[in-house]
Design a protein around this ligand. Structure first.
Ligand code: PEP
Length: 258
């Protein structure tokens, strides 16, 4: 069965009560469609333990970032290591989100080091890549995105195709970063390009899943999920609304093939 992946990234937009409500809604929606999609809830650090305790069957818990530990444990005030994430019940982590690249100065080297640390600890990596509006206007989109993927994943030990997925998120299409609507043809063609790039340049990661993110909502989720080379969606804003999240999960189940 080809299972679509629905990722809900709650960013810094939730409190504890919201995480309870949204986690329960996700579980109900997934249960009603027979658990036919992979649902990943991406919580702020402070609520990971809480969400873990109420995580419905079949739902995966992820963090929004991770630190590179300089020692197995020790003096890194404010940092959270991959092992600490695992200890909360978390099994996946977003790395390289554009909001961390732009707002926290994360470079390709930082992202690569985080990917290595997360994979070594057995976490599934959700690697976010995407070009800015200026890079797109300069015709650099494909180079930027393939460069980010290469920098993060090429020749990394401990990585298998099922331990990492790439979320293509054009910065200009993310609701907090421009919110322009990406044309379906553009999503389709860049995903095809990326699938081909992985096949030819990152052969050991052949089969790695490719997701799309950027203003995905209930009214466009089905059609995006039906595009070739789109294995799932990463949802920000719409994942904060229980009804919208449930509808997108239903779309993910419907688009999963036996
Ligand atoms: C994101 O920030 O990863 C994202 C996809 O956000 P939104 O769905 O709100 O555009």
């Amino acid at each position: 069965m080809t299972r679509k992946i629905i990722i809900a990234n709650w960013k810094m937009s939730v409190n504890r009560a919201d995480t309870t409500r949204l986690t329960r809604a996700a579980g109900v929606a997934l249960g009603k469609c027979g658990g036919q999609a992979d649902v990943i809830l991406v919580s702020p650090y402070v609520y990971l333990t809480h969400v873990s305790a109420i995580l419905p069957p079949g739902v995966i818990l992820a963090a929004q970032d991770v630190a590179v530990p300089h020692h197995p444990k020790g003096a890194q005030t404010g940092d959270v290591s991959p092992e600490m994430l695992r200890d909360t019940g978390c099994t996946a982590v977003i790395i390289g989100h554009s909001e961390r690249r732009s707002g926290h100065g994360e470079t390709d080297d930082t992202v690569r080091a985080k990917v290595a640390a997360a994979c070594a600890a057995g976490l599934t990596v959700i690697l976010c890549v995407g070009e800015t509006a200026d890079q797109r206007a300069a015709g650099q989109g494909r180079n930027v995105v393939s460069g980010q993927i290469h920098a993060a994943l090429f020749d990394q030990p401990n990585i298998r195709p099922d331990s990492v997925m790439v979320a293509y998120e054009p910065v200009w299409a993310i609701s907090g970063g421009g919110g322009q609507t990406a044309a379906l043809e553009d999503i389709g063609s860049i995903h095809q390009f990326l699938a081909n790039y992985i096949e030819t340049t990152l052969a050991p990661l052949r089969g790695m899943r490719l997701l799309y993110g950027g203003s995905v909502r209930p009214d466009n989720a089905s059609v995006i999920l039906s595009l070739p080379y789109v294995d799932g969606v990463l949802v920000g804003g719409a994942s904060l609304d229980a009804d919208a999240l449930s509808e997108i999960i239903r779309a993910g189940c419907a688009a999963s093939r036996p």
